[in-house]
Write a new protein. Structure first.
Length: 557
């Protein structure tokens, strides 16, 4: 029996066998001495992989938008760079190592030289060269994306990191736990694990070496603990603990059909945070008052994994389905929040090679500099507005101009839809996330420009106290109860009330009981969270008295 500690990303107990999902990104490139006779076949393998990679990128030219096309063309030029390929050949012929090792070495040398110049454009090319030749080498080594179809139900999945769409597929399949090296408590992977109620522990070092494939394991995500090869007594105790937890959760089911009301009668609206149509079904089943945050970037990520930029029709269908599933309850859909921690694996999308992606051309900034992508989404959103009670929300605003520019694009979209005789609701409310200090401090100015606020405490905390929400090392510093964060929240609420617009909280802070008390005490009456938390929070609120929560909030400076 061996114990490992990490951080608790999603609560619960999981018991099962490990299924290791190897990540290509961290795959080892072998370094092998070769015989002279092998040299030619190595080169031929390189040429064949080069050709396959070129064919792959050429096929993307038909599906990509203009921006992506130019990136894909850069990739193709790199794959046809005879000078660089000549350098690889020279190195290969004057060394005795395998071709994969030589390519990897030359590519990294070349990327390091570009990066050393200190120019942003060249740094991006360095990332491109690593990306494009990385694909060539992985093809040669036969590395493929993990076949998640073969993961048995009830497994505990262990990986260095996962793509959100891979995680969603696993969660829908029914795994009993997730163990990752990367990711913080507020990372998207953690949010997804909580949405699906899958116990998860992150921050496990050297995961593949520490936790072997098929080994028996217990995850106690409540204590951020992983027990490898548990003895019989430990297994018995945890099996009992798991059954008790399941029984407790089934008792909470009584709250599904109830409203969220404090002991002294204050009604709180509880909405759900979702990232896909399937999660809207979960939200509806868990008794959500509506959708408080639909993170649309997951739709973009899923399409991107097929090499595609999601089109208007696919978006329209997804948004309309969510509105229909929620049967007239409010549905707040957030426009694309790409970049930073939300990487969309597609050429031309933000964050791949920026020096500082969290402060880069992400979210609303990216959308406004890519009006073709933004307008496609806005068209899909407005077209879906006739299927239910839609609200549109913009992420990561820092400047009033961004909302003004968005409104201009919305006018253009309205004019286009009118000209095409496509029905839409012109009065669909337009709101914003308050998730940057700039937006919180100028919340009074923003309130005059939009119909509602939703406070994104994950990013607001990250940016206010300058602590990466995804970084395990700095996780102890990530506190939504930091006075600076609470002051921002207090001012935002006051500004919303002053302007007479609704304010909600959709960050993780709203689903943690100790911080929720403070939020309610500060005047929040609308909250949004992982659907699986809703009943628990309703039960918690039913025991709480408003005046006591106000007293707690009043103690905050
Ligand atoms: C937030 O930042 O608090 C938020 C809800 O948005 P996301 O977690 O998607 O960044
Ligand atoms: Mg955010």
């Amino acid at each position: 029996m061996k114990l490992f500690n990490g951080i608790s990303a999603a609560p619960g107990i999981g018991i099962g066998k490990i299924f290791t999902v190897s990540s290509i990104k961290n795959a080892q490139i072998p370094k092998i001495l070769i015989q002279e006779a092998e040299r030619n076949s190595g080169w031929l393998r390189f040429e064949s992989s080069l050709q396959l990679t070129k064919e792959y990128f050429s096929s993307l030219l038909n599906t990509s938008n203009k921006e992506q096309q130019s990136v894909v063309q850069t990739y193709l030029l790199m794959l046809e760079d005879t000078e660089f390929i000549g350098q690889i050949k020279h190195e290969y012929e004057t060394n005795s190592f395998n071709i994969e090792f030589i390519i990897d070495k030359k590519v990294h040398e070349s990327a390091d030289q570009l990066k050393a110049i200190g120019d942003t454009y060249l740094a991006e090319r360095a990332a491109d060269i690593l990306d494009v030749y990385g694909r060539v080498v992985h093809t040669m080594l036969g590395y493929k994306s993990a076949d998640l179809g073969s993961v048995p139900e009830g497994s505990i999945v262990a990986a260095h990191s996962l793509q959100p769409s891979q995680a969603m597929m696993l969660f829908q399949k029914g795994i009993d736990g997730l163990l990752l090296c990367e990711g913080g408590v507020s990372s998207h992977m953690a949010i997804l694990a909580r949405t699906y109620g899958v116990p998860a522990v992150f921050g496990i070092d050297k995961i593949e070496a520490s936790l072997p494939h098929e080994a028996e394991v217990i995850i106690d995500a409540n204590k951020a603990l992983v027990i490898l090869d548990p003895d019989l007594e430990t297994k018995k105790q945890y099996t009992q603990h798991k059954t008790e937890t399941e029984q407790r959760l089934s008792k909470l089911a009584a709250f599904i059909t109830k409203k969220a009301v404090t002991k002294d009668g204050t009604v709180i609206q509880i909405f759900a945070n979702i990232g896909s149509v399937e999660e809207a079904e979960i939200a509806e089943k868990e008794g959500a008052d509506g959708i408080g945050l639909f993170r649309t970037e997951f739709l973009f990520m899923s399409a991107a994994e097929q090499g595609l930029l999601i089109d208007e029709e696919t978006q329209y269908k997804a948004y309309s389905s969510v509105l229909e599933i929620m049967k007239g309850k409010p549905v707040t859909i957030r426009t694309l929040d790409a970049g930073g921690d939300k990487v969309i694996p597609l050429a031309g999308m933000p964050g791949r090679s920026e020096k500082n992606p969290l402060l880069g051309n992400r979210a609303i900034r990216f959308c406004l500099t890519h009006p073709d992508i933004f307008k496609t989404q806005l068209r899909a959103l407005y077209r879906s507005s006739v299927h239910g009670k839609l609200k549109i929300m913009l992420p990561l605003l820092t400047d009033i101009e961004q909302i003004k520019k968005t409104k201009k694009l919305i006018h253009e979209v309205h004019a286009e839809l009118e000209a095409e005789n496509k029905p839409f609701n012109k009065t669909t409310p337009l709101g914003i996330m308050i998730e940057t200090p700039a937006a919180a401090i100028t919340a009074d100015l923003f309130a005059a420009q939009c119909d509602f606020f939703s406070i994104g405490t994950n990013d607001l905390t990250q940016y206010t106290i300058s602590v990466d929400r995804d970084n395990i090392e700095t996780a102890p510093l990530f506190s939504e109860m930091h006075p600076a964060v609470l002051r921002m929240i207090r001012y935002t609420i006051a500004s919303a009330h002053q302007a007479g617009i609704p304010v909600s909280v959709c960050g993780e802070m709203a689903s943690r009981t100790e911080s929720l008390e403070v939020l309610i005490g500060l005047g929040v009456r609308n909250i949004s969270m992982s659907p699986k938390k809703i009943s628990e929070i309703k039960a918690f609120l039913s025991q709480k008295v408003l005046s006591e929560m106000k007293e707690i909030a009043d103690t905050i400076q």
